[in-house]
Ligand binder design. Structure first.
Ligand code: COA
Length: 172
């Protein structure tokens, strides 16, 4: 590795650390919403102006939040994640996009991690405490009941619930 590359790597690490500190500082409920959202935007997240992000939310910089949507308290959103317009994430929703190939006896989660983007459509309502696993696509107009673990794609205009989440019924 050349000195130039090393300097760039250190600079990138410092930038990421700075982002992390800025994000940790503003995720508190003491920070007003415009400040919280402003820092999330400044550090990479794409958040439409009409979308609300509640306190103590952690999200990575490759999260895209559509218009008129909301993210409830204490959500943890890994990217790449796309949330459509008019979609709402209840408190403590977890969106997980990182996983691992299953390794052998000595190390079950070998590096490097696998990244599988998650997409949530428009008009969705994701209940509190839902866990959405890597690679899942949730169609437009879906409701996921509180506490579900979504392991597979969800068809549009449907209600899903449970662990693992199952189709409960179609929605008009
Ligand atoms: C899904 C929800 C909206 C209820 O919708 P509903 O159409 O009134 O559903 P019902 O109460 O008629 O239940 C339908 C079936 O789903 C089941 N169900 C409902 N919510 C469930 C849940 N969270 N987990 C597992 N099963 C659930 C019911 O037990 C019922 O099963 P059954 O037909 O075998 O009896 C509600 O249960 C829910 O999870 N709301 C989210 C609340 C929330 O997270 N708020 C945070 C602020 S956004």
């Amino acid at each position: 590795m050349t000195v130039n590359t090393q300097i760039k790597a250190v600079a990138a690490r410092m930038r990421r650390a700075g982002y992390a500190v800025a994000r940790a500082g503003v995720c508190s409920s003491l920070a007003p919403e415009p400040l919280r959202v402003g820092v999330l935007r400044a550090t990479g997240a794409l958040i439409e102006p009409t979308t609300s992000v509640r306190p103590r939310v952690h999200m990575s910089d490759d999260v895209r939040l559509g218009a008129d949507s909301s993210v409830g308290e204490e959500c943890l959103l890994q990217g790449p994640l796309t949330l459509g317009d008019r979609s709402h994430l209840g408190p403590r929703t977890l969106v997980i996009t990182y996983t691992h190939q299953i390794g052998g006896h000595e190390l079950r989660c070998p590096e490097p991690p696998l990244v599988k983007p998650v997409t949530i459509g428009t008009g969705c309502w994701i209940g509190a405490g839902t866990i959405i696993l890597p690679g899942v696509t949730i169609g437009d107009g879906v409701i996921v009941a509180a506490g579900a673990v979504v392991t597979k794609d969800c068809e549009p205009d449907s209600l899903y619930a449970g662990v693992p989440a199952r189709l409960i019924r179609r929605l008009p």
